[in-house]
Design a binder for this molecule. Sequence first.
Ligand SMILES: Cc1cc2nc3c(=O)[nH]c(=O)nc-3n(C[C@H](O)[C@H](O)[C@H](O)COP(=O)(O)OP(=O)(O)OC[C@H]3O[C@@H](n4cnc5c(N)ncnc54)[C@H](O)[C@@H]3O)c2cc1C
Length: 471
Amino acid sequence: MKRIAIIGGGISGLSAAFALERQRQAGTPLEYVLFEAGPRFGGVIFTEHLENCTVEAGPDSFLTEKPWAAELCHELGIAGQLIGSNDSQRRTYISVNGKLIPLPDGLAFMVPTEVMPAALSPLFSFHTKVRMASEWFHPPREVDADESVASFVKRHYGEEMVERLADPLLSGIYGGDATDLSLRAVLPRFADMQARYGSLGKAMIANRKQINTAGRPLFTTLKDGIQQLVNAVLIRLPASHVRSNTEIQSLQTRDRGWLISSNAKVEKFDGVIMAIPAHAAAKLLEDSHPKLASELGDIRYSSSVTVSLVYDEKVRASLPAGFGYLVPRGEGKRVLASTFVHNKFRDRVPEDRALIRCFLGGTRDQPVLELSEDNILRIVLAELRQILGIEAEPLFARVYKWKAAMAQYNVGHLERLERIERQRVSAPGLFLAGNAYKGIGIPDCVRSGREAASQAIAAMGLNDFKTVATP
Ligand SMILES: Cc1cc2nc3c(=O)[nH]c(=O)nc-3n(C[C@H](O)[C@H](O)[C@H](O)COP(=O)(O)OP(=O)(O)OC[C@H]3O[C@@H](n4cnc5c(N)ncnc54)[C@H](O)[C@@H]3O)c2cc1C
């Protein structure tokens, strides 16, 4: 009987555990234990139901385009609970000099695919509009070396596009900075478009058919909140295979296996799936695998804070239509983005309530994490007053802090992953999953957990992973 330890009970570790559980049930001779340091599973996924409102503390949805999370829901039998975003109401604003300006139609990430809306939008200066037009004539360009998203966007559309769009969009996803983030890791499709077409605008139009999402909503979530996914996995895992409040404190290799220490208990496993942030994995590996630990430790993380505020119907009526707004760095605010949750998904709050969710922190404002919840709330209320004109007090508010939870795919990330992989294969029985490697969103984390489980099964000579049928 082979024994596999999974360290970390976020969605990556849960996905790995579920994949192993299915193998176990199919008769594969394996045992696994999922270790989670905290009292609850899910990691940054946490939904609260407060006064008939569904409040997401961490992620609120995932990109529909990436199939792995929805596939997991199918396997768990909860596909009927999936709901899409209200895309008929999708509109995003950018705060410019304190005023909300809607993103023009036809913008694909930051690439204009329709001339008139971009040409008429007050979001861009005349100079940027000229850059958009001349971008059409950029010759194809293959670049071997990685570069930052900021330098790439600046070359195509100029500085204003970086400041007003690329940077705020990326700080909403990664809590990161466009001048640090890697083009090849974060926007690989754009690097390919540049190589093939030169102009991103031209490439988008040529690829429109492939990019067309055939009427699917942009974002998907679950009726009871994202936590439903975590709960559905958990009820499929036998209690004897999952341990909360069990932090793994050290890891050693011994006799072609791994000794894992937690709460003064030492257990031996044949394989270990590390589904924890890279900085946490680095700490556990620094004695046994210092080179691997050093590479993992070099992956930077940012911290973030989300603040959810529930208001009455008067405030709801006063808010703009749409999903919310982004705040460029130059505006000098601490709230990076706000989502109008009541518009984005149906049934998140009663009809006479508004739910606004604000994001703070990211690489440029790590000190916000050290502020008290009261201070954070004061900052948020002041900025909502300035931008949305909300004078009323919220009916209730919640502040959630996420320390070092968002991996930053900085320039050179893919090369670092190659070095990590070379080091990893020299540590037999070690597998990595999580948001530090090949995608930060929930679907990518699900995929990474499954892949790690699949690698573990293969490395231990157990049966073919793909032979387990979906129920
Ligand atoms: C505020 C926020 C908003 C986000 N919004 C979205 C979104 O809308 N859509 C989207 O797709 N993605 C979003 N993401 C990203 C996505 O949610 C995460 O990347 C993903 O959930 C990470 O899952 P994980 O299992 O890899 O890591 P985590 O959720 O960080 O879980 C790791 C777990 O490991 C445990 N652990 C750590 N060390 C040890 C140890 N030594 N022993 C045992 N256990 C340990 C931790 O307690 C934790 O539970 C968001 C992230 C944040 C922080």
